[in-house]
Every structure is written in C-alpha cells, then in structure tokens.
Design a protein around this ligand. Sequence first.
Ligand SMILES: Nc1ncnc2c1ncn2[C@@H]1O[C@H](COP(=O)(O)OP(=O)(O)O)[C@@H](O)[C@H]1O
Ligand SMILES: [Mg+2]
Length: 218
Amino acid sequence: MKRGKLITFEGIDGCGKTTQFRLLEKYLRERDLGFISTREPGGTELGRKIRSVLLDGGKGSVDPVAELLLYTADRAHHVRRVILPALEAGKIVLSDRFYDATTVYQGYARGFDLGLVKQLNELATCGLKPDLTLLFDLDVEVALRRTQKRIDDVTGAASQPDRLDSEPLEFHQRVRQAYLEIATLEPQRFRIIPAGGSIEETYKLMMRQVEERIRKLR
Ligand SMILES: Nc1ncnc2c1ncn2[C@@H]1O[C@H](COP(=O)(O)OP(=O)(O)O)[C@@H](O)[C@H]1O
Ligand SMILES: [Mg+2]
C-alpha cells in the first residue's frame, strides 16, 4: 500500500483556513479520493477535552508552560491514534493546523526556546512532517475583522472570542511574521497562499498548489 499524504493548513486566526479546508474536502469527496479530516487541537476524543481547556478559558487561565505541554499532549495522541494509521492506510490526511502552529505561537510569539519547541514537536510527531503545508497569509486587521463576524460552526450563533482572540494585535502580527519566516526555511514543504481575496479567489490559488500534488497520488 502506497503511503498517504499529509496536507496541513496554517495561518493566523481568521485567515480562512477552515473555509478553504471545507472546500478542499468537497473537492476530494467529489473525486472519491480517500481522505480523512482532522484538526489540532482536538483531533481525538482526548484532544477535544484538551481543546476546550486551551481555548475556552479567559486570558491567563492556562500557564504558558502548561499550554505548551497541552498542545504537545494533544499532538502526541493525535499523530499516533489518527494521522499515522490513516497515512499507512494510503489516505490523504487534511489537518486544520499541525506542529507549525506550536512553533510560531509557543516558540516565536510566546518566546519559548525554539530548540525546546522543536524537540517537543519531534517527540509528539515521531518526526512526521507534512507533505504539503498551505500557509494562508492575510493582514492581521483584516483577519481580526473576519473573526468578529464568524458564526460558530456548531451552534450557528455569533462565535464568542476565544482565549487567543483576546491577545493584542501585536501578538497576531508576530505570529504572522513567524509563519512567513518558517515558510522560507522549508520552501519545498510550504506554499504561501495570499488570502486577502474572495473565498473563490483564494480557493483557486489553493487548488493551483494542491492539484499538482493530488495528481501525483493517483
Ligand atoms: N476570502 C474571504 N473573504 C471574506 N471572508 C472570509 C473569507 N474566507 C473566510 N471568510 C470568513 O471569515 C471568517 C473566518 O474564516 P475561517 O475560515 O473560520 O478562518 P480560520 O479558520 O483561519 O480562523 C469566517 O466567518 C469566514 O466565513
Ligand atoms: Mg478555523
């Protein structure tokens, strides 16, 4: 069995990851390409509990060290129980965020030593790297305005700001710059998708990057 491919979605909150993720799911479904969809944090039952601890509390509710370890715990379980088995079964795995998010949020933005973050990421992932990482790049203020209009996936109500939404603009700017920086370090793996256009425009830009990789799978 040929190993599957891991495609991850990254970028600041509100850049359009989940919107484009749903569109790529539709594309794969229509073509009967075997895939699974998952996300971090929260790709497993254990992970969903960790996710609610991480995102639902108010500012200051999770100590930064605990936060780093909770993301790592979520990922360790997720990789072993969900991602690796699916790849071994030859499936495409789509993940809405993966370890790059820890590199930029906990490493670059919160200031944890990048060597330590790398070690924790490697422990959690068993050294697994995505085959393709789509980085949706968007101006921070535009992204923030989008999140203020976001409707909650589950309840259909206007979504409440989560713990990270309440960080200052400067924090999100650091995250954006960090994503761009790590993308330049691994140009083979990353594709930067300018995400300031309409949903359709961004979809076209994404598919330009994805179609070539998917073709190679068939
Ligand atoms: N290209 C776009 N133009 C305008 N609004 C968008 C666009 N893409 C997504 N949105 C809207 O912006 C909000 C945030 O998008 P979302 O996909 O949830 O971002 P993320 O998952 O990166 O946080 C949602 O309400 C979504 O409908
Ligand atoms: Mg999202």
